[in-house]
Ligand binder design. Structure first.
Ligand code: GN1
Ligand code: MG
Length: 367
């Protein structure tokens, strides 16, 4: 997305509140997708965001999803800070499109909260997992099928695999010859990719409301107690499988190295993180996970890791058109970390299953 500057933001802001009501507007946070600003108005603070139109083609559908899900969650919320609150325009719209075609929306600022960028403390990891589990719990009776697929086939791994093979066939940058080992790695696992959809077809994996970006920095914790408060960044909320939300959190947070660590010998599955996260997620779900979902938690983690690896490799073959890259082989480096992590999950699969099984008991206890 083209960089959104402060003057654009200030102009957009006038469509939500009169100019004389604003005390300040400054860039905020370090998200990679949307342009984010913090707005001060009297004693109140707000978040103003420019929605990335390249990633999200239909802001109306996106905001409809956000509005439906937050309205539903608010009915049960005890702390008003625990659900994002949209600030509508004076006309009652939940977003506004400026003269450049950029869609803007505003939220109330969540006060007295922190965002754990890279949580090290076991208690913070646990609280983040709890927050995403509670997100499942609070939306367990929401009709997932009414939500729009803001990015179609987002976690359709068989389709991601087909996209990879198509990219290998097209090979527009003549890179396929140099990545034969990587292609072979993903081909060797072909029979695994349909696991979740097959379970869904068999009635074992229900369609739920999923968040689809379950990084710890998409959770707000109470600033004083560090208790889970609110899940943010609802742009990719879509119908999906709970085990994918779980799995992507493990893929990202359970890696002992960075997603783009060039030295893959540093990449391992952090079983301690896996254990803490599993416990937090399961307890957060509050008894609403099906037994068959427990059985597929480990598969969800492996699936998300392989899928992400395939997406990086596909993008490398296509000439780095989707993910932002800082150097020519950045996507390939990221693909290698995902391959290494997936292989480490395969080595530790029995332990991962054992941990999920242990907390399955915890949940039955809680019911
Ligand atoms: C993208 O930009 P970020 O980090 O929020 C991507 C995720 C990938 C992730 C890999 C909408 O998320 O699916 O897992 O990169 N988000 C989208 O780093 O494609
Ligand atoms: Mg995000």
């Amino acid at each position: 997305m083209q960089n959104i500057d402060l003057s654009q933001a200030t102009r957009a802001l006038t469509h939500f509140m009169p100019e004389n009501a604003v005390n300040g507007c400054v860039p905020h946070g370090n998200g990679h997708i949307n342009g984010t600003f913090m707005v001060m108005s009297g004693k109140k603070r707000y978040i103003l965001q420019a929605i990335n139109g390249e990633v999200f083609k239909d802001p109306q559908q996106l905001m409809e999803n956000v509005e439906r899900v937050t309205t539903f969650m608010r009915k049960r919320a005890v702390d008003p800070r625990s659900v994002l609150k949209i600030l509508p325009t004076p006309e009652g719209k939940n977003y506004f499109v400026d003269e450049n075609g950029v869609a803007w929306r505003m939220y109330k600022f969540i006060e007295d909260a922190i965002c754990p960028e890279h949580p090290d403390a076991a208690t913070d990891i646990y609280q983040c997992a709890l927050a995403f589990g509670m997100f499942q719990r609070d939306l367990h009776d929401f009709p997932a099928e009414v939500l729009h697929e803001t990015i179609p086939d987002f976690h359709n791994t068989p389709k991601r695999y087909r996209d990879l093979l198509e990219a290998v066939g097209k090979d527009p940058c003549d890179r396929a010859a140099s990545v034969q080992k990587e292609i072979a790695f993903f081909r060797a696992r072909e029979s695994f990719y349909d696991t979740l959809f097959a379970a869904h077809r068999d009635g074992k994996l229900p369609l739920r409301v999923t968040h689809n970006d379950t990084k710890c920095n998409n959770v707000m914790l109470d600033a004083q107690t560090h208790a889970a408060l609110c899940v943010i960044d609802l742009d990719t909320v879509m119908p999906g499988f709970s085990v994918c939300d779980f799995g992507d959190a493990i893929r990202f947070g359970g890696n002992t190295a960075a997603e783009d660590e060039p030295d893959v010998s540093k990449v391992h599955l952090d079983l301690n993180f896996y254990d803490i996260y599993t416990r937090g997620f399961v307890i957060g779900c509050g008894g609403y996970l099906e037994p068959s979902e427990f059985d597929l938690l480990a598969a969800g983690a492996k699936m998300m890791t392989l899928e992400c690896g395939m997406r990086f490799l596909t993008d490398y073959l296509m000439g780095d058109v989707y993910f932002k890259t800082a150097y020519p082989t950045h996507n390939l480096v990221r693909c290698h970390t995902q391959m290494q992590l997936a292989a480490d999950m395969e080595r530790n699969y029995a332990k991962m299953q054992e941990i999920a099984g242990r907390y399955r008991y915890t949940q039955e206890d809680a019911e």
